[in-house]
Design a binder for this molecule. Sequence first.
Ligand SMILES: [Zn+2]
Length: 415
Amino acid sequence: MTFNTTDLTIVNAQIPDRSGLWNIGIAQAQIIDISPAIAPEAPAVEIIDAGGRLVISGLVDAHFHLDKALLLDRYPAQEGNFAEAMRETLRLKQSFTVEDIQSRARQMIERAIAFGITAMRSHVEVDPIVGLTGMEALLPLRTEYAWGMTLQLAVFAQEGMTPATEKLLRQAMAMGGDVIGSAPYVDADPERNVQIIFDIAQDFDCDVDFHLDFLDDSEPLLVPFVIQETVKRGWQGRVCLGHMTKLAALEPGELAAIAPALRAAGISVLALPASDLYMMSRQDTHNVRRGVAPVHQLAELGVNVGLATNNVMNLFTPFGDGDVLKICMLLAQVLQMGTIASHQLCLRMATTQAARAIGIETYGVEVGKTADLVILDARSVSEAIASPVGRTVIKQGKVVASSRLESQLYREHHR
Ligand SMILES: [Zn+2]
């Protein structure tokens, strides 16, 4: 027990992987002490009594698209399929302005902070259609909202790789992009697409993020090539892969054969169940396959895995509100994760493991970690992911948001 004065102490907290109640001392935006709640409290400037509620690491939305969120009122789905989503989102993108993107992104960022999402990686589309408008819109918001959320901007080629696109990607990185990525599946030569992205990553010394092995066609997996390039370029620990729906179609032995190479290359895999459940297996007429990356099995094989929202209220995902805790519940249902241990894994996939996937190693309810925390109105991890709950959000040791679920019963009206 240390008795350094803390800026904030959370008392009587439950912590996901510990039993009993704990006091968490925070100073200079870091967790400096975790002691049993029965011990005398260190002097604190501010005390929050968690009253036995669960304190978790800040939620992380490791894969989001701020620039194309909330487009559904502009074009509600008519066909409700992937071809329409690509075609019509491309058309809508032609009229994006800085103000338009900022107004939708602000709504999503402010919601995210209230949900307890203290870090987010947003992909930002850059191509000859939208130019650098997305970067111009989102770069100022990264600074403006730093009080509540760490926002990473992943410069993203959604429409394929051309010389004009590559030039724009490099300009976007020079403007201040954090990460480079693409969707190689849209290109006739996906391997060339991957190589160009790694070339840019090496030139700008940045991490890489691919939308990979998406869809459920019979095209071969691209992940072996990405693993090979990761190792060849010395980019171990710096590559994150989203979707990976094709892994759902592998036999257990085939999945087990890929996992050691992913683990050795330090490549993280993110499941995006809200989007993938909606888009995959459309040719199935009955007993429809799920098409969600088997991240629970990859976790058992030692791969760093996470989950994320991807899209909210657009043609790729015409539902959702941006609460990554609801994605935890969805993933647990879809991958049939019912035990306490698997619920804990689910929560880690939305916090510490998602953080690691986007290069943040300082997350966790542990001494020495960043004081980005959420106090949930829940008594256990299972309760936390069972239903959306009220929360108090702490960013860098300061309370930045709170939300409560309220309901009223009017029994007296029925006497
Ligand atoms: Zn995406």
